[in-house]
Ligand binder design. Structure first.
Ligand code: ADP
Length: 313
């Protein structure tokens, strides 16, 4: 479990994190989401004791990180995947890390296998691709078999196969009862990876809720209706609806009237319905709406993988 309480971090006059409080619970993947510059990495550094809070505190499994006797067994983190010596092989990097914390060589082989690096484990890590570097970073994070795993932007630079792999890995770690916090500025990726979301903007908490709670926050924008009596239904509903958009012979969308009302009116006119579906905003649309005000600079939509990115200046 990670508990962040009233955390504020200032760099000079710049407030990077502003009175932030949240709890990350075990058993689900929690997404830490917000535009670049929102304060996610700063918060993660404070959780790991790498940065001192100006105000407030962060606890890992009930204690500040530095008060744990064997911190690597409590929390494993990936903050910067380039934190390895380039001349060292993946295996030697992990063996060195294991030696300093009393972790067995067997565990090194296990994590190399877990992240799919066994075959290249004896190559210089300096020659690794970005994706292999991320896998090595994740292997380091998992070395101590920690209760809590925290990864900062782990899918950055990964190919689709690598992204899928991370998604499955995070889910299996959560299913084992671990606490999993993963940050990203990639909305669509997070929507697929996490079940619970902590959304920040300009250092402040914007939302702390499950995906279904987030979706329920928005009203349906329209209701899709399918009926063999579409024409008569359109005439009936058209008097009071804001708009009706014809989608096919037996299909149309109603704007400005909810599904209950449409159903009741169809019933009283004895007109059969075959479909009545409220259209909800996607999680991605909700994220964008929530963080819009917190983005300093509105970045591009990456058309190659249809991923919206929010970037700050
Ligand atoms: P995120 O991880 O959400 O992209 P960061 O935590 O990296 O955000 O940054 C939050 C804000 O704090 C940004 O405006 C960033 O420029 C600033 N910041 C981060 N680290 C430092 C630092 N060491 N010195 C000064 N400002 C910093």
């Amino acid at each position: 479990m990670i508990e962040v309480t009233n955390l504020t971090k200032r760099y000079g006059s710049h407030v990077a994190v502003d009175d932030l409080s949240f709890t990350v619970r075990p058993g689900v993947v929690t997404g830490f989401l917000g535009p670049n510059g929102a304060g996610k990495s700063t918060t993660m550094r404070v959780i790991l004791g790498l940065d001192r809070p100006t105000v407030g505190r962060a606890l890992v499994n009930g204690r500040p990180f530095e008060e744990h006797r064997a911190p690597l067994r409590e929390i494993g983190a990936l903050l910067d995947a380039k934190g390895t010596h380039p001349a060292r092989s993946a295996r030697d990097h992990l063996l060195a890390l294991a030696a300093t914390t009393g972790i067995s060589k067997r565990r090194v082989a296990e994590v190399l296998d877990l992240v799919g690096l066994s075959e290249v484990a004896d190559r210089r890590s300096g020659g690794f691709s970005l994706g292999m570097g991320q896998r090595l970073g994740i292997a380091s994070a998992l070395l101590g078999d920690p209760h809590t795993v925290m990864l900062d932007e782990p899918v950055n630079g990964l190919d689709p196969e690598g992204i899928l792999w991370i998604r499955k890995l995070l889910k299996s770690l959560a299913d084992e009862g671990r606490t999993v916090l993963v940050s990203s500025h990639l909305m669509s990726e997070m929507a697929l990876t996490a079940e619970h979301f902590i959304i920040v903007g300009r250092g402040r908490l914007i939302a702390d809720m499950s995906g279904s709670e987030l979706t329920a926050m928005t009203k349906p924008s329209s209701v899709r209706v399918r009926s063999p009596h579409a024409g008569r239904l359109r005439d009936l509903l058209g008097r009071d609806a804001t708009d009706i958009v014809i989608r096919g012979d037996d299909l149309f969308d109603v704007v400005g009237m909810d599904a209950d009302e449409i159903g009741a009116r169809a019933w009283s006119a004895q007109l059969q319905l075959q479909e009545l579906t409220p259209a909800r905003a996607s999680l991605e649309d909700i994220f964008i709406g929530l963080t819009e005000d917190a983005v300093e600079y509105h970045g591009a939509t990456d058309s190659t993988n249809n991923t919206h990115e929010l970037e700050s200046s």
